[in-house]
Design a protein around this ligand. Sequence first.
Ligand code: CA
Length: 299
Amino acid sequence: MKVVPKEKGIYSFSKDHEPVESVDLGEPILLEAEDAVGGQIKSEETPIESINWSRVNKATGPIYVKGVEKGDTLVVDILDIELAPQGVILVVPGAGALGDAEFKPKARIVKIEKGLAIFKDVQIPLRPMIGTIGVAPEEGEIPTATPYKHGGNLDCIEVTRGARLYLPVSVDGALFAAGDFHAVQEDGELCVSSVEIEGKALFKFDVIKGKKPNWPIVEGPAHYSILVSDEDLDKAVKIAAEEAVKAIMKAKNWSFEDAYMLSSLQVKIAVNQVVDPKKGVRAMIPKTIVSLDDLLYES
Ligand code: CA
């Protein structure tokens, strides 16, 4: 099986990055990943001031996926996520939902034991997830710390083991990359970081030809979630609601009014994070209401 080491990574998504590996559709590939702080904090004594911020949020890749072209949907199966025995969480003045409060920079090492993350005297069941996952955008270069239509720093707890992600492809081969694993996170990611942890993830790719979603979509057991990002949280919610209502209209062949009403009853709007350069929300639509095809558009 192909294995991509954590050293082979990028700090931005761009069509100009040379692929470090290529893979066939259906062929499993294992990506190793640094933690989001580039492995620079191994102990609580490491001063936060010593962090080289140009070496954070690396994504392993890019991977050229054969048979995938501009205008397609890249289907990403997250088959497994394996975590290192410890991770780190940190707070930095100026960052996070309470960035303007009075506090000092601080890191805590979080041990992983028997399926739990140990934070002081609080034991939290693990929910391994991939924070940063995406493909090259059509134009320009998007830092790996920013989420957008190409994916990126989505920090969505639904992007977990067993989930399937649908990404709009803008360049041939997609140029997929992933990193920034979390052992556990809750919606909002309030303090700006989670249990940031080194790990390995096993992926498999498929393609849907000639159609793509407007925003990344993650499929869980019961829902399709549309992942929308914007600097303004209200605007992100509005776009997510528009996308959800549009999908219901298509699925049911209903008027705007009826689809809008059903959205109030069945579409859950949840906040992925409020701390990245663009804030992220998701519209979770039950799979009993829409099918995948209702979420994809002709290229
Ligand atoms: Ca992140």
